[in-house]
Write a protein that binds this ligand. Structure first.
Ligand SMILES: [Zn+2]
Length: 216
């Protein structure tokens, strides 16, 4: 059983680190843009500002969603729980800066093994209370892939484009043994198998509100 998503004109994508958005929801972002070239995309990243990673991220987001607005914070990588207030205020300021409300928010899921991912997941729930909030998964060294409950099937072209763009845009991460096109494509294939298609991204969605018919 599947449902069709429509009426999405503004998407917020959020990541704790430069590369999280591309890894977690790059294919969904490409699919949303393919379905609606006018889609407005606003990206928020908690860390990496002022470092070489910021330039990588800005170029990558531009490749995934040309014209997207990108905000890169400068909290210290791997230490963000110690900067809870600064993180909260940074996200709140970003939300206030949005020209229009988001229709969909994509960010890390709450049970991710990385403390920075968990912190951002916790804050996103408090800042974006009226929007659907989907938690993406981040492939990495830890064995913390979640039991996803929501799938977004994508074309083979989008799956390959996502994997290739990630490997091309983040040279600073190439030293990680899991950071390559094959690994990213493999997870897309696994999630595709789980929803009876070839490639898909998976999400953890804590709350879903279904509106049937005209509620006005
Ligand atoms: Zn990360």
């Amino acid at each position: 059983m599947s449902v069709t998503l429509s009426g999405i004109s503004h998407v917020v994508v959020a990541g704790a680190h430069c590369d999280d958005i591309a890894i977690g929801c790059g294919a969904t972002l490409l699919a949303l843009r393919a379905a609606n070239p006018e889609l407005v995309v606003s990206a928020f990243i908690l860390t990496g500002g002022g470092t070489p990673r910021e330039a990588e991220e800005r170029a990558a987001v531009e490749a995934f969603a040309p014209g997207a607005a990108v905000t890169v914070g400068d909290l210290p990588d791997a230490r963000t729980p110690a900067y809870w207030l600064a993180a909260k205020e940074s996200l709140a300021t970003f939300k206030k800066s949005l020209a229009m409300p988001a229709d969909l928010v994509l960010g890390p899921h709450a049970d991710d093994a990385h403390q920075d991912h968990r912190l951002l997941a916790e804050l996103l729930v408090t800042e974006f209370r009226a929007q659907p909030l989907w938690g993406y998964e981040i492939l990495k060294y830890e064995s913390d892939l979640p039991r996803v409950d929501t799938y977004v099937p994508v074309s083979a072209e989008i799956a390959h484009t996502k994997s290739a763009l990630i490997e091309a845009h983040y040279p600073s991460q190439n030293g990680h043994p899991w950071f390559d096109e094959e690994a990213f494509l493999a997870l897309l294939r696994v999630r595709g198998a789980q929803c009876n298609t070839r490639y898909a991204e998976g999400f953890v969605v804590a709350k879903t509100v279904i509106v049937i018919g005209d509620m006005s």
